[in-house]
Write a protein that binds this ligand. Structure first.
Ligand code: UT7
Length: 333
């Protein structure tokens, strides 16, 4: 989809943060009936970082990632106009973005959470780019942070082996139209399949005795892995192609494929469908597992620090997950 651009937008800095405790597949096999061999061959994951103990939260990770991004460009936090925190595991259901705002000292920024599970970072980047390209704001901090270790059923081996905790941040800045780097985006939702991946609200069986109000709680993550797998491998290549078509670009022009780090088999199947060399897939899934909204900024930040992605490279970024929601952004770095 083309936006009404007055200004351009570009990503000027990235940062990321992970918990200090790593948790290997071998350690996982002491919690549920699984093995390093099964997890690695089916997913590509070797270990993940988990928020163990109670001295660090998802907000702390988001704050650390944000500070690293700010330091990278020596930006005063007061220059940030908007903070979007993509998370599905906030510390507060009213939103955690305001806590990030206060802890980094971004006192001029308005801050809100965006809930879109593993597509949250892509949707937040698109949202931020709209505020920049229409000339409303100058600097926006986008953070993807999740701590799904708090929400998995640690007795369900089909889900608990997949997820890790992390945060990643990016600072977007408006620029002249000719220097625009957020070239195009393509977003989708199909709520008919939301049942395949959810963290649903469960109502108590009986209401308040005087008010007839049912209260409840949120259940653990439930997932139909096979259906989510098929959906991702079918829909993500189509989304990337639609996005490229809107720019009259060919698949060959993509330098790097930065996909939501869900499963290495999904990443390679998507690349194969697009006839993109596996060498163009950027992945760090073996170290961190699926970190939901954090996975894309986490892997992006690593690739930038390692100087893998360089100036003018064309990067296809695609997210997919619960909703079901999926989408692509094409960025010129
Ligand atoms: O963030 C976006 C959302 N999530 C995803 O992208 C996940 C997408 N799906 C997947 O990545 C894969 O479907 C999984 C990795 C979750 C599962 O891989 P699979 O190849 O689809 O395995 P499966 O569910 O078909 O299970 C195959 C077998 C089953 O045993 P039987 O019925 O064949 O005897 C499972 O019970 O593997 C068993 N199994 C396990 N065995 C050892 C399931 N989980 C495990 C486990 N360890 N952790």
């Amino acid at each position: 989809m083309k936006s009404l651009m007055i200004q351009g937008a570009k990503i000027i800095a990235t940062g990321s943060a992970i918990p200090s405790s790593s948790f290997s597949n071998h350690e996982m096999s002491e919690v549920v009936n699984t093995s390093d061999e099964w997890i690695f061959t089916r997913t590509g994951i070797k270990e993940r970082r988990l928020l163990q103990g109670n001295d660090q939260s998802v907000v702390d990770l988001a704050v650390l990632a944000s500070k690293k991004a700010l330091n990278q460009v020596a930006m005063d936090p007061c220059q940030i106009d908007l903070i979007i925190l993509a998370t599905s595991s906030p510390h507060d259901l009213f939103g955690s973005a305001s806590k990030v705002q206060s802890q980094i000292g971004a006192f001029n920024a308005v801050a809100f959470d965006l809930t879109a599970a593993c597509s949250g970072f892509v949707l937040s980047l698109v949202t931020a780019s709209q505020f920049l390209q229409t000339g409303v704001y100058r600097n926006i901090l986008v953070v993807g942070a999740d701590a799904l270790s708090k929400w998995v059923d640690w007795s369900d081996r089909s889900t608990c082996i997949l997820f890790g905790d992390a945060a990643g941040a990016a600072i977007l800045q408006s620029c002249s139209f000719t220097h625009n780097a957020i070239l195009s985006f393509q977003l989708n939702t199909d709520g008919n399949y939301s049942k395949y991946l959810s963290m649903a609200y469960e109502q108590d069986i009986s209401p308040h005795p005087k008010l007839n109000i049912y209260q409840g709680y949120f259940k653990y993550i439930s997932m139909n892995g096979k259906e989510v797998y098929k959906f991702a491998v079918f829909q993500v290549p189509l989304s990337i192609l639609k996005c490229l078509n809107s720019l009259n670009m060919s698949v060959e022009e993509i330098d790097w494929l930065v996909l939501h780090q869900a499963n290495y088999r999904i990443l390679t199947a998507i690349a194969e469908k697009l006839s993109i060399s596996k060498n163009k897939i950027i992945s760090n899934l073996h170290k961190y597992g699926n970190t939901s909204a954090a996975s894309i900024p986490l892997v992006l930040d690593e690739a930038i620090q390692n100087k893998k992605i360089s100036h003018n490279d064309i990067v296809a970024i695609a997210g997919f997950g619960a909703g079901l929601t999926w989408g692509t952004i094409i960025v010129r770095w």
